[in-house]
Ligand binder design. Sequence first.
Ligand SMILES: Cc1cc2nc3c(=O)[nH]c(=O)nc-3n(C[C@H](O)[C@H](O)[C@H](O)COP(=O)(O)OP(=O)(O)OC[C@H]3O[C@@H](n4cnc5c(N)ncnc54)[C@H](O)[C@@H]3O)c2cc1C
Length: 415
Amino acid sequence: MAGATDTESGGAAQGVAGTVIVGAGLGGIRVAEGLRSNGYQAPVTLIGVEPHPPYDRPPLSKSVLVGKDDRVDLKPAEFYGESTIDLRLGRRVVAIDPEQHTVTVVAVDSPDDVHETIRYDTAVLATGLRPRLLPGVADDLAGLHVVRTIDDALTLRSELAAASTAVVIGAGFIGCEVAATLTGHDIAVTLVEPAPTPLAAALGTEIGALVGRLLSDNGVTVATGVGVTEVVDDGTRVTGVRLDDGRELQADLVVVGIGSVPVTEYLEGSGVELAPREAGGGIACDGHGLTSAADVYALGDVASWRDDDGVQRRVEHWNHTVDQAAVVAHRIAGGDPMTANVPYFWSDQFGLKIQMLGDPRPTDTVHIVDDDGRKFLAYYSRDGILTGVIGAGKVGAVMKTRPKLQAPTPIAELL
Ligand SMILES: Cc1cc2nc3c(=O)[nH]c(=O)nc-3n(C[C@H](O)[C@H](O)[C@H](O)COP(=O)(O)OP(=O)(O)OC[C@H]3O[C@@H](n4cnc5c(N)ncnc54)[C@H](O)[C@@H]3O)c2cc1C
């Protein structure tokens, strides 16, 4: 049974509406699955604006771009019927009314803009991010790319064979991975980043420099401390970029990886509170995903949960979303609140798995304990206590640290 619905011309629909999940990505599907595995019997409706069933994003900058994978669906097609999850694709939620307990939905390809109202008992918001674009640059310029959706990745992939030069703007995780993947396609890649090293904001400059070394040693030209002032084109497609030090770089492809912004515009006027911009923005939640509106939860990249220190924090990592989905599903299905795991993320570059466990800040003290010029292992500490571990090609050593991050551990024990 689906959530109770009505078209806009009629009144509010009646009946038990169950849980309506907005956003059919990783967080959305994990909540839907978690509800069923926790014994939740009411209707579950999963609404997604993309035409594709929920798929995995990490492979987009890795195996999909390389050409190893075309489909990275998170569930087989039969899962939705077997689990009685009403999957509605190609539908954009444009509004939520917490008083009435309804969401308003439009079909993206509908010529007559018919609005549908769906009632919920509980709503879950998992609408993720959209890539930040360069100000003043037309986003439909041929040869200019971002990588957030599978369609983005397949479009970029289709242009790799004809390209010999590329500029990647922004050395965050996605920028670094795309630079690595394109280099593997025999494309001469320049990675442009205003910060002093790649990944400086996420990992600090000391570890960022080790990642920069990995990229340079494998053929990426890493241009740090410099910004892009202009994307140059010939009227039909990109031809290069101009830098703020006066240089102009030729490029058949330009990939923009300058971060993303939470997708929250459908909340305007709803009263659902957002986190302050200085805290990363996104939907403000308590420590277990409840927003400022009754019966409305949020999770994943779009959500800013309050941490144990009372600080709103938004995290853009796969495992974090999975952990939050488990907490939210458990909470809706009636269980006790669960506590999240130790934060974890990974990145794949040039055949090395870079992994981080814990929640260090870039200002924490870094202790590099192993570095053979390619693989490395480092700990982070604050006030003498271990806050994180990062390794490249050090899977066992990183994972062994997990128990030490679950309780306060003096860094001296590890050095
Ligand atoms: C290229 C790439 C590589 C990555 N690699 C890694 C990695 O190596 N390691 C790691 O830890 N993490 C990685 N991540 C991050 C990870 O994929 C995300 O943390 C995760 O996908 C977050 O899940 P989510 O459900 O919050 O958002 P998403 O997966 O983005 O899902 C949100 C969904 O909501 C839909 N939506 C948005 N607005 C609406 C609306 N109004 N109505 C209906 N639907 C809507 C969107 O279309 C989207 O499908 C990567 C991300 C990308 C893009």
